[in-house]
Design a binder for this molecule. Structure first.
Ligand code: SF4
Length: 362
């Protein structure tokens, strides 16, 4: 079948399977891509619009903040209009956690340490148990408990792990093991170390992300390094690339990270040359246009965009399809073989037609 390449899929930790609405994570299931809305959850219409865009971009699970009763009630409306599981993010108020569950949240994210004592945790766990809603407990390096910081001499990977496992026990104490864990730090190597440590201690699925990673450029780089090191060890069941930007960029970055590691198939990978003195066409905007054109194409293909006919065809040999720029014209290439010459201003359109034909063939 055209376009299907063999990829090395890494064997991942055999974590416990957890169902989040229609999606099952852990236990060797594909790693799910998560993102978080940045609309007001109380604004159901606006939140639905954003989630539908994220679904189109390939988001598997969405998280919405629930800071008010109105936001908890909005979940019921949002859930009717979306097609992916919804996680309610709740802080401090156990009643909001219960309201989110009652309004159909598929998972809740809480910090059992800040919702006010054992009785309240028991009530939240009781509501989750009744509807089989998993609870994600997590720690964030920015809010690590004072006692743990003192014990370890500051924020450390060991302290993050101890804190996360303490919180897991707070849920387990009420006889509930439908749990996902997250440990987040903006320090990439601390985050990596914490995941290595906790993966040895628990079989609960891990939601992995580098928190407060930064703007789209720096955040994507930090997340790629951190998630790459963690996922490559077989650790991690869901991921989020946290970016200061449009959440759609988070999803695109997450998918690219998974594809680069051979952990996800499908989608077009664009490779493009860095340009040099031989470049004959305006390659940089052309490569960007190609990337935009293919980002939602569901084919599993590699497309090369090269700047010259001297080295381009050779360098594009590893791609399924390629275009190379010449003087006022370019080449269309299939598996390293030149198919035809094309005027420069028609290269993008010719590539689009070629991709359409691959879609029809496959
Ligand atoms: Fe330079 Fe051609 Fe290589 Fe691009 S493909 S970097 S233009 S030699």
């Amino acid at each position: 079948m055209p376009g299907l390449r063999r990829m090395k899929i890494m064997i991942r930790d055999n974590t416990k399977e957890i169902r989040i609405g229609s999606r099952v994570i852990g236990g060797g299931n594909p790693i799910a891509v998560q993102s978080m809305t940045n609309t007001k959850t109380e604004d159901a219409e606006g939140t639905i619009r954003q989630i539908l865009k994220l679904e189109d971009a390939g988001c598997d699970i969405i998280r919405c903040t629930v800071p008010t009763k109105e936001a908890a009630e909005s979940i019921a409306k949002i859930k009717k209009a979306i097609h992916i599981p919804l996680v309610a993010d709740v802080h401090f108020d156990y009643r909001l956690a219960i309201a989110a569950i009652e309004n159909g949240a598929d998972k809740i994210r809480i910090n059992p340490g800040n919702i006010g004592g054992a009785d309240r945790i028991r009530e939240v766990v009781g509501a989750a148990k009744m509807r089989k809603v998993p609870i994600r407990v997590g720690v964030n390096s920015g809010s690590l408990e004072k006692e743990i910081c003192e014990k370890y001499g500051g924020v450390t990977a060991e302290g993050l792990v101890e804190s996360a496992l303490d919180k897991v026990r707070m849920i387990e104490d009420f006889d509930y093991d439908n749990i996902v864990i997250s440990i987040k730090s903006s320090d990439v190597m601390m985050c990596v170390r914490a995941h290595e440590l906790i993966a040895k201690e628990t079989r609960y699925p891990l939601h992995v992300g580098i928190t407060e990673a930064g703007t789209v450029f720096s955040g994507a780089i930090k997340s790629s390094v951190g998630l790459g090191l963690i996922l490559n060890q077989g650790i991690g069941d869901t991921i989020r690339v946290s970016l200061t930007g449009d959440p759609v960029e988070e999803v695109r970055a997450a998918k690219l990270i998974l594809r680069s590691l051979g952990l996800r198939r499908g989608g077009v990978e664009v490779v493009s040359c860095p340009t040099c003195g031989r470049t004959e066409i305006d390659l940089i905007p052309l490569a960007k246009k190609v990337e935009e054109m293919v980002q939602d194409v569901p084919l599993d293909l590699k497309v090369a965009v090269m700047g010259c006919v001297v080295n381009g065809p050779g360098e594009a040999r590893g791609a399924d399809v390629g275009i190379c720029g010449g003087k006022h014209e370019g080449l269309l290439i299939r598996h390293g073989e030149i198919v035809r010459r094309v005027p420069e201003d028609q290269l993008l359109e010719v590539l689009r037609e070629e991709l359409l034909s691959w879609g029809i063939e496959s």
